[in-house]
Design a protein around this ligand. Structure first.
Ligand code: KG4
Ligand code: ZN
Length: 336
């Protein structure tokens, strides 16, 4: 059986990334050029700056990915690229590059949904992990509960009605003066705080809903901080971080376990930047052990944006016969 090599490109937000993936699950290279330090100056991702930085970085990142993998462009079987959702200007840089390479080297082009990429990150280290399973995708832009019935077959059971989980982390971090990106900072601060110090709301919504809502929690933190300030009382950022995180994690874990039970699946996968959160990983592990569920969580570097996950997703699309034309366009609000 012939080996399949995918060159994958990801540029949907603030990481310029390229990877070479062999047979879907073997990562030969995974290059990530992060712009985070630059966007930190502005407290968040500035779309126009992101696009420009992608243009500067992308050629070098792709070259390095091929070089580290020890694979030539001729040996590549297909080009996989994120074409949505994401920042449209940022997406266009990776997509235009992928199309140019596909055209020049006469290789098939395969557009990949960014969320599918995040989910597929679970196949990389966990070689036996297979559908069906319940995936919790939590990132800066998305909070989705996805039932994966087969490779490439997804059903979105729930989504956020307002802020994404990562967005809530980033906004709360700003409120307590921790800067961007807030997720890792709150994660670290929470380790020094008491998760039961402040009672923030757990928003489960309607009895049978798998949807999420985090904006109320964010407001609750803001109101708490303002009230403390008004009363001239002490503000303990560690306790706030720990208590906020506890609230987020309880809801995420509770809904995921319920969805798995309701659908009769005994496998759970975590994905997206927030899946690198230590409390979420621990609590989900505990809950899965209790239920006798199998749990897959990618290493943190495969949770946040990267191209290896896109290469993995593109491989299964490749096997399914998916080929895109050079007229493929970026779609900032692409549906799964
Ligand atoms: O998946 P990702 O890299 O980009 C998107 O597709 O959005 O996710 C980035 C998000 C940010 O909101 C960041 O604060 C959050 O993931 N994040 C974390 C942690 N590491 C990254 N949130 C909580 N705990 C972490 N350790
Ligand atoms: Zn992402």
């Amino acid at each position: 059986k012939k080996d399949i090599y995918i060159l994958a490109i990801e540029s949907s937000c603030d990481e310029t990334a390229a990877a070479v993936v062999k047979n879907g699950r073997e990562v030969l290279s995974n290059i990530i050029s992060s712009q985070i330090a630059l966007h930190t100056l502005y407290g968040g991702v500035v779309p126009e700056i992101a696009s420009r930085k992608h243009i500067e970085a992308i050629d070098g990142v792709i070259m390095q990915a091929l070089q580290e993998a020890g694979v030539t462009l001729e040996e590549i079987d297909a080009i996989g690229v994120t074409y949505g959702p994401g920042l449209v200007g940022a997406l266009l840089v990776g997509l235009a590059e992928a199309k140019a390479i596909a055209f020049a080297a006469n290789k098939p082009l395969i557009g990949v949904h960014h969320i599918e990429g995040h989910i597929c990150a679970n196949y990389i280290e966990n070689k036996d992990f297979e559908p069906p399973y319940m995936a919790l995708v939590v990132s800066g832009g998305h909070s989705h509960l996805v039932y994966a019935s087969d490779y490439g077959k997804y059903e979105i059971l729930g989504r956020t009605r307002d802020d994404a989980a990562g967005e809530a982390y980033d906004k709360v971090a700003r409120v307590i003066g921790m800067g961007y990106p807030g997720g890792p900072k709150i994660d670290a601060a929470a380790k020094k705080g008491n998760p039961t110090a402040i009672k923030f709301p757990r928003v489960f919504l309607e009895e049978n809903s798998y949807d999420f809502s985090f904006s109320g929690l964010k407001s609750a933190v803001l109101n708490y901080v303002n009230k403390q300030k008004m009363m001239g009382a002490e503000i303990n950022p560690y306790d706030i971080a720990a208590s906020f995180q506890q609230s987020v994690v309880e809801v995420l874990v509770g809904k995921t376990i319920k969805a798995a039970k309701d659908r009769g699946v005994n496998k759970i996968a975590l994905a997206g930047g927030v899946a690198s959160n230590s409390a979420l990983r621990d609590e989900m592990k505990g809950a899965c052990e209790k239920e006798g569920f199998q749990l897959s969580i990618p290493s943190p570097i495969l949770c946040t944006d990267n191209a290896a996950m896109i290469g993995c997703a593109a491989y299964y699309e490749y096997l399914a016969g998916v080929r895109d034309g050079l007229d493929l366009n970026a779609n900032p609000s692409l549906k799964l």
